[in-house]
Design a protein around this ligand. Sequence first.
Ligand code: ZN
Length: 216
Amino acid sequence: MSPPLELSSSTLGSAERRERPAFAFVAERLWLDFVNTDTGVRGADALHDFDRFVLWLEAAHVLDAERSATMRRRSEQQPAGALAVLGDARRVRTVLRALAERGVFAGDVRLSALSEINRVLGRSAGTRRVELRGDGSFARAFVPVGDAFAGLLIPVVESAADALILDQLGRVRRCADPRCGRVFQDETKNGRRRWCDMATCGNRAKAARHRMKLHA
Ligand SMILES: [Zn+2]
């Protein structure tokens, strides 16, 4: 069961709140990184509270620092709206996890993801832009008009829509470590990527193999 929705982590002091949580982006696709936000260690779920969700969107380059600050201000003015966004984001995440794990062989899972994607897309009006980032690279951006919250999930569901349109579900894998639960897009030539992250799960597996060799 999901913990109750919160606007901001009441358990954290203001100093800790300023300290940015470290989010992992290992999945090669925004929608899969979004799915992976539910596998964080206890209390690290990026959808735990609205502030943290905004930090995640910023870390994912969906929001720039300025828009992220606007969202936080807006959430203080419209707490109910912010909580609704958070609940909606969790609902989308559940559907997208099913798409990542079973979408390639289950038609009904693809269809329910499709209607969820269209539900989010259909609700939001805004402007598309291409923006120049601080590091000189370019990125697509969506600037919502009217309800500022409505557009927050657009880039995530568009990324999932691309997986359907480009027929990429066959390349979506689950980390080979059963305790991990992260998903990712396998971009290797031979299609044999096994671990979400070589630095964590991959390394653990290597160490375990090494130990087995020593004891063999
Ligand atoms: Zn893993």
